[in-house]
Write a protein that binds this ligand. Structure first.
Ligand code: B1M
Length: 216
């Protein structure tokens, strides 16, 4: 069902066509496709297609940028729907969320934030390129339960480790649970830096966050 629409969604991202991705996102809402399904079965496949081509040297930076913009445009339409569909309104805990220093990939991080928020977490989204000091400072300021860090580059994932080491040095490690994610993050990396939670996707992130605050 809706296969044609999903294919058009993929193509709109591959073409870097923000107008088309916006319209397709609106159409999916009108016909009642769950927003997360539109993202995972449609738009994300498009952005992964461009990412893979870029990785093989068959696409170039402008295409990557345009695919990212088209993806953001679609998510901007779907975000309010995702929030509306959040069923749980109890306050499960506070999450300080960021993409780590040196890294400007924001789409997955923002999606994780939206899902956490609509599942009952209060999310303090620091955006992208957030330094360890900024992340830890905010966590102290709001008395966070969880620090969530996204990293999309093999060169920036080390910042997740740096935050954990800084927490240890400052005697704060026991105060916050640390959850990590992002395309290059593996279970081995998660174990090696002694984070508390790791997930491959946004739905998993909600599950892990709930476990970390003892809500599941
Ligand atoms: Co970039 N980029 N990029 N990029 N980019 C990747 C990551 C890359 C894999 C592409 C490739 O080569 N195949 C590659 C990294 C290679 C590596 O490190 N091994 C790469 C590169 C090289 C670069 C640049 C260096 C390119 C250059 O300038 N030469 C540059 C770096 C800039 C920087 O950050 N300093 C760069 C720039 C960009 C754009 C700005 C053009 C754009 C981002 C636009 C934006 O965010 N506003 C971009 C894009 C779009 C991508 C790809 C194609 C797609 C990323 C994305 O949005 N995915 C990406 C290829 C890929 O990943 N397939 C690529 C969709 C999103 C929903 O998924 O972010 O993985 P994702 O999030 C998922 C999960 O990972 C998980 O849940 C999310 C939802 O399911 N998750 C978490 C994420 N965070 C989590 C946190 C959690 C839990 C789960 O807990 C806290």
């Amino acid at each position: 069902m809706h296969e044609e629409l999903f294919k058009k969604m993929v193509q709109s991202i591959v073409d870097g066509d923000s107008d088309a991705s916006t319209e397709l996102a609106k159409e999916s809402i009108t016909i009642g496709i769950p927003p997360l399904q539109a993202i995972t079965d449609g738009f994300v496949i498009g952005v992964n297609t461009v990412g893979d081509a870029f990785g093989r040297g068959e696409a170039f930076l402008p295409e990557l940028v345009m695919a990212g913009e088209a993806m953001k445009a679609a998510i901007a339409v779907l975000n309010p729907e995702l929030k509306k569909q959040g069923t749980e309104r109890r306050m499960l805990g506070k999450v300080v969320l960021a993409t780590v220093e040196g890294d400007i990939h924001e789409i997955g991080k923002t999606l994780v934030g939206t899902m956490l928020n609509s599942s009952g977490f209060e999310v303090f989204d620091l955006g992208v390129d957030a330094s360890p000091d900024k992340i830890i400072g905010k966590a102290i300021e709001v008395n966070a339960d969880i620090i969530g860090m996204s990293a999309l580059l093999t060169t920036t994932m080390v910042k997740q480790k740096e935050v954990i080491e800084t927490l240890e040095k400052e005697g704060l490690r026991g105060r916050f649970k640390v959850m990590i994610g992002g395309a290059p993050i593996t279970r081995d990396w998660f174990k090696s830096i002694k984070a508390d939670g790791y997930s491959e996707d946004a739905i998993g992130a909600v599950k892990i966050a709930k476990q970390l605050v003892g809500a599941e």
